[in-house]
Design a protein. Structure first.
Length: 233
């Protein structure tokens, strides 16, 4: 009978900690993105109805940029938490996270441009007011609040752009041989020689067993260089 060799490669005990840390960083950044996007969304909503908050949120409300940027980043952050949560990599959710990261990054760029235009408009209005002789002036407190709100939103948008860019890069760096539905890195013994994570054998246990051979038909021999060789005689 023909001989069939099935070799199980050695798996060195290194690499999982770094990859798990990378997933946790994406998760932590996703949590921060969810919190910040919720903050600017709530601030924008309050700015529509509360005058004092509206002064602070004047930059957010130009073109209603805080709503379409905040909603997209909120969805992206939730997907990032679900796709990279606690060392468990979910490829489908991570792919959705990648798509929304790209869309959100484009939205953030648009929102950032609108904020710059709003800041330029406020500055021009202040300059024109200083040259106006009708005696009408805006209080310095209102001016400071408007500039602080626009500056805060600008800083948040910069973080959003970094988060979306970071998530996209980390997705591309995920080893190709863990692209299964769910991989828990804590249950994987180690990484392969190329730095990729080996998929647990349990992921392949759904195949029906072959009962056509008995244990006596197999000859198992150990090999210290390439792993264990299982020969079917």
């Amino acid at each position: 009978m023909a001989t069939q060799n099935m070799t199980m490669p050695n798996v060195p005990n290194s690499g999982n900690a770094a990859l798990t840390h990378t997933f946790k960083v994406v998760r932590d950044l996703s949590i921060a993105a969810v919190v910040l996007s919720s903050v600017i969304l709530i601030t924008g909503l309050l700015g529509l109805f509360v005058p004092y908050v509206g002064v602070f949120a004047v930059g957010m409300l130009v073109g209603f940029n805080t709503f379409w940027v905040g909603c997209l980043v909120l969805i992206t952050g939730i997907l990032g938490i679900c796709g990279y949560n606690k060392g468990i990599y979910n490829h489908r959710v991570a792919t959705a996270h990648l798509v929304f990261s790209i869309i959100s990054a484009l939205a953030v760029v648009g929102g950032f441009v609108i904020l710059i235009i709003a800041l330029a408009g406020m500055t021009s209005a202040l300059i024109a007011q200083n040259h106006n002789s009708d005696g009408s002036h805006v209080s310095s407190g209102v001016i400071i609040a408007a500039y602080c709100g626009a500056s805060f939103t600008t800083a948040v948008y910069i973080f959003f752009f970094y988060y979306c860019l970071h998530g996209s890069i980390m997705y591309c760096k995920v080893p190709r041989n863990i692209l299964v539905y769910n991989v828990n890195l804590s249950t994987i013994p180690g990484a392969t020689e190329q730095g990729a994570v080996a998929v647990p054998v349990s992921n392949y246990m759904n195949y029906p067993p072959d009962y056509s051979y008995t244990p006596a038909d197999y000859n198992v021999s150990a090999n210290t260089n390439t792993g264990s060789n299982i020969q079917k005689v």
